[in-house]
Design a protein around this ligand. Structure first.
Ligand code: TPP
Ligand code: MG
Length: 343
């Protein structure tokens, strides 16, 4: 068995950032982390129902990719681990929290819940409960951009689509079919595999004959990169290049981000299969602490400023909870509303 990687073999070029971008990336990751810590608290207090999958630890991937795209113009397709992707897309924390509470003010009007966040306004094509289900949806979104631009002559149709999914999902058929189509038609899409080493309780190296997922791009003639998914600047560096390629009509890119989830598969998972040593090795690479250290070292911000952001975000998350708690339930008379597009 091949020992699974913790770091890419070849380090990639990090994005160059100024103070403004650094603070934006920091704030986005802190929002993702604080929002989800609050989700855990609310779930255990019985405010949320069904499965809730948290993204703690993987924030550098969402922020690094989505914040290198055009918010509300480009498209993002997620999985059941979708809260942080939605926040990076700019879906208001209030609407995400309300959706998790099943309230009418939620981004999916309380019909979706944790695994089915959606926002047309923010280009969020959805969270999907079935693994791999989003890959053809994202491929279709990328196809329509290209079709509108090249066949219908709509110059404004230069949107890029980012499609997120996990290591386990990359062994499903949709992955191969869609990579083939995307490469064949040079679609403006970025496939982002968040290799967090585990698919529920199945270790990646036990389930995959070729563990280096980025290498699978080469059979389709597509560029594939492995990147340190615990380093937001490394992810942003690769993402900027993939977005540029896609927008310029040069076709798709596969990015394999080496990352780790800090919690169990879902909030119902006691997380007993992963060793303490493995977890501690990854906790030490916390992407938020890493960016904070980089910003301080390069004098882009000081400790006090970063603490002030943490505090502001905490208040923002509390406000989202208050909003969700005080929002109405969906009206039973509207059960059939929002089933079809015209609603
Ligand atoms: C089609 C389908 N088969 C099985 C499942 C059950 N299932 C839920 S999550 C999961 C593992 C996915 O692991 P991975 O792709 O690595 O994503 P991660 O949870 O690590 O983010 C499986 C098999 C499912 N949701 N959909
Ligand atoms: Mg996984």
């Amino acid at each position: 068995m091949v020992q699974e990687r913790a770091f890419p073999k070849v380090p990639t070029s990090p994005a160059k950032i100024d103070r403004k971008v650094g603070l934006m990336l920091y704030e986005d990751m802190v929002l993702g982390r604080s929002f989800e810590d609050k989700c855990a608290e609310m779930y255990y207090r019985g405010k949320m129902f069904g499965f809730v999958h948290l993204y703690n630890g993987q924030e550098a991937v969402s922020t690094g990719v989505i914040r290198a795209m055009r918010q509300s113009e480009d498209y993002v397709c997620s999985t059941y681990r979708d809260h942080v992707h939605a926040l990076s897309c700019g879906v208001p924390a209030r609407e995400v929290m309300a959706e998790l509470f099943g309230k009418a003010t939620g981004c999916s009007k309380g019909r979706g819940g944790s695994m089915h966040l959606f926002s047309a306004e923010h280009g969020l094509l959805g969270g999907f409960a079935f693994i791999g289900e989003g890959i053809p949806v994202a491929t279709g979104a990328a196809f329509q951009s290209k079709y509108r631009r090249e066949t219908m002559g709509d110059e404004s149709a230069d949107q890029v689509t980012a499609c997120f999914f996990g290591d386990g999902t990359s062994n499903n058929g949709q992955f191969f079919e869609c990579l083939n189509m995307a490469a064949l038609w040079k679609l403006p899409i970025i496939f982002v595999v968040e290799n967090n080493k585990w698919a529920i309780g199945m270790a990646h190296e036990r389930a995959s004959s070729q563990t280096e997922i980025y290498k699978k791009a080469s059979v389709f003639g597509m560029p594939g990169y492995e990147v340190d998914g615990m380093d937001v600047l490394a992810v942003r560096g690769i993402a900027e290049e993939a977005v540029r390629r896609a927008r310029a009509g040069e076709g798709p890119t596969l990015i394999e981000a080496l990352t780790y989830r800090f919690r169990g598969h879902s909030l119902a998972d006691p997380d007993e299969l992963r060793s303490k040593e493995e977890k501690e090795q990854w906790f030490a690479r916390d992407p938020i602490k890493r960016l904070a250290a980089h910003m301080i070292e390069h004098k882009l911000a000081d400790q006090t400023e970063l603490k002030a952001i943490d505090k502001k975000i905490q208040a923002h998350v509390e406000d989202a909870v208050d909003f969700a708690l005080s929002s109405p339930e969906p009206d039973p008379s509207e059960l059939y509303k929002y089933v079809f597009a015209e609603d």
